[in-house]
Design a protein around this ligand. Structure first.
Ligand SMILES: Cc1ncc(COP(=O)(O)O)c(C=O)c1O
Length: 364
């Protein structure tokens, strides 16, 4: 056996989007719009910042493993603290799920081109990773149900989905769930929950009380706290108690926990962020379609654009970079002919559509 297992050696490291500073320096620009990582363009929740400031003088103490945040979430969602977990971003919890539930012979099942963070985590465990194709850029839930075999242990579903921005309905999920054996764990990744929750057909998975479903949510998106690393999850207490055995003892950090509690109370910020996103989503969708681009309808804080081929996607991404607009190419997800554009401020969105308009001739 080599020092590094082959399934690790063959992994490609997670490639985060380029930073604004990096692009500013590389192209000698004064203004850069980062529309690549589905971050909140307004900044962090002010109440989260205040909450972090208040605990600064206590940082010599070890954190309490997210207990305070779990208590607040249990109260807010009318559940028991035993049903709630907090971690270093929802990816931190995902990593713990993989370590807790997967054995060597188990398989993971999801859609093609699933959220890259999940792909990397699942593949790093060295188990079989199987996918089914999208149907019209949506999860093909009937095909996923049919693909479950005796080795399937985890089915990963993101709703809304990254990178397509599409959702599945409660009816579709209920139908899917009827075909899933109890020994299969369903991860319902709701990183973009807040953006979709008012869409009538969107299922709020907090209403599910299934023993084999874990819901994951995050403060990284609507609350603007991606840099702090704080996420949470809900599940049956048996699942949570086992995850708590496996997670790093002091995760999440004191600052992260405080930020989460502060953010949950920041109704004004939530409202403002939702409004700006709704405006941005409409502006980007309408504006890019008017240019003749194929934009997938989104319920999140980004849109996916389907281009004729990989060369078009690469050219669009690099041409926009030189103009100080960072978007996300999706080759690493497995969609080389697609790009993803996050909603920005009104000014960012306008700059982006105008820049693409100028490039229109090279896209034709
Ligand atoms: C579907 C999905 N899940 C999880 C995450 C990561 O969230 P966190 O920052 O909480 O780890 C992202 C971030 O892009 C995402 O798109």
């Amino acid at each position: 056996m080599p020092l590094v297992p082959p399934y690790i050696e063959s992994l490609r490291p997670y490639e985060p989007g380029r930073s604004s500073e990096d692009v500013r320096r590389a192209y000698g620009l004064t203004r850069v719009s980062k529309l690549a990582s589905n971050e909140n363009p307004i900044g962090p929740s002010p109440r989260a910042i205040e909450a972090m400031e208040r605990c600064m003088s206590q940082l010599q103490l070890y954190p309490n493993s997210g207990l305070d945040l779990r208590r607040v979430l249990a109260e807010k969602y009318e559940t028991k603290i035993e049903n709630v977990i907090a971690g270093s971003g929802s990816e931190g919890i995902m990593s713990n799920i993989i370590r807790t539930f997967l054995g060597d012979e188990d398989e993971v099942l999801t859609t093609e081109a699933a959220f890259i963070g999940f792909q990397v985590l699942a593949k790093s465990r060295g188990v079989a990773y199987r996918t089914v194709p999208y149907r019209d850029w949506h999860y093909d839930l009937p095909a996923l149900a049919a693909a479950i075999n005796e080795h399937t242990k985890i089915v990963y579903l993101a709703n809304p989905n990254n990178p397509t921005g599409t959702i599945f309905s409660k009816h579709e999920f209920d139908e899917f769930y009827r075909h899933v054996p109890e020994r299969v764990l369903i991860i319902l990744d709701e990183a973009y929950f807040e953006y979709a929750k008012d869409t009538p057909r969107y299922p709020d998975s907090m209403h599910y009380r299934y023993d084999n479903v874990i819901t994951l949510r995050t403060f990284s998106k609507i609350y603007g706290l991606a840099g702090v690393r704080i996420g949470y999850g809900f599940a049956h207490e048996r699942l949570i108690s086992n995850l708590l055995k496996v997670k790093l003892p002091f995760e999440p950090s004191t600052l992260a926990q405080a930020a989460g509690i502060g953010a949950l109370a920041d109704k004004e910020f939530l409202h403002k962020s939702l409004e700006m996103n709704a405006r941005g989503l409409k502006f980007l969708t309408d504006g890019l379609r008017a240019i003749g681009l194929n934009v997938v309808p989104s319920e999140a804080n980004f849109v996916m654009v389907v281009l004729p081929d990989a060369a078009h996607a690469t050219r669009l991404t690099t041409d926009l970079l030189t103009q100080g607009i960072i978007i996300r190419p999706l080759a690493s997800f497995g969609l080389p002919n697609c790009v993803r554009i996050s909603t920005g401020t009104d000014e960012d969105n306008r700059r982006c559509v105008e820049a693409i308009q100028k490039l229109q001739s090279s896209l034709a």
